[in-house]
Design a protein around this ligand. Structure first.
Ligand code: ADE
Length: 230
């Protein structure tokens, strides 16, 4: 899968060289390319922002460098493009979106805004080149899109076949069936006065499965009642 990132802080994405995603890049499963938005400016100061029309606090990212960056990426794209602009004003990213993007065969382009955001016309222009998703990773505000893009790249990347060694581990986890994951335990069976639940030591697969399901429902009710059907 091809993923491009446009940012004024390329160093944020150095961590993509480590862990499972780093290995997937080395293996050629993930082709992630990070671009510095300032490379698409033409003034001495490599300016990427300006004051907002209509007044107000903060600065807005100028459309011209974005237009050139998106054109350069689109020019050598071989798959349909999806432009993802992380934004607290976007639709909330979910496991369903991660699954859909991972399976889509699309080339993902993450456009990371800073300051008060990107000139709105950039999104309209991007829509002439591919699908556009303005996407939030939750109801809180970060300083820019980089950390949000990293979260989405990891969530999507680990669903690409071959990235996670044991694909079964992708099935029984939180959000895959609309519920939170059941609790996990390993040896020793007794530790500092805390015991592993007896049912897990029983060797009874049916009882273990029932217990895990109950735990999933109980945890979801306690922590995330919004996920349960009315
Ligand atoms: N940029 C700033 N805050 C964000 C958030 N919550 N999600 C995505 N992008 C952001």
């Amino acid at each position: 899968m091809r993923i491009d990132v446009v940012t004024i802080f390329p160093a944020f994405f150095d961590v993509l060289e480590v862990s499972l995603l780093g290995r997937a890049r080395d293996a050629g499963i993930l082709d992630v390319r990070v671009h510095d938005l300032r490379d698409f400016t033409h003034d001495r100061h490599r300016t990427v922002d300006d004051t907002p029309y209509g007044g107000g606090a903060g600065m807005v990212m100028k459309p011209e460098p974005w237009g050139q960056a998106l054109d350069a990426i689109a020019a050598d794209a071989t798959e349909p493009l999806r432009f993802v602009f992380p934004s607290p004003a976007g639709a909330v990213f979910t496991q369903a979106a991660a699954r859909s993007w991972a399976a889509s065969g699309e080339h993902l382009v993450f456009g990371c805004g800073r300051y008060e955001g990107i000139d709105e016309r950039v999104f309209s222009y991007a829509a002439t080149l591919g699908e556009v998703s303005l996407t939030s990773i939750g109801d809180y505000v970060l300083n820019g899109g980089e950390v949000a893009a990293m979260a989405m790249i990891e969530a999507v990347g680990r669903l690409i076949p071959g990235v996670v060694g044991n694909p079964e581990s992708l099935i029984e986890e939180s959000h895959e069936d609309g519920l939170l994951e059941y609790p996990s335990f390993t040896k020793p069976a007794a530790w500092r006065g805390y015991d592993v639940p007896d049912v897990l030591l029983s060797g009874h697969h049916g009882r273990v499965a029932d217990w895990r399901r109950e735990q999933q429902i109980e945890r979801t009710r306690a922590r995330r009642p919004d996920l349960l059907p009315d």
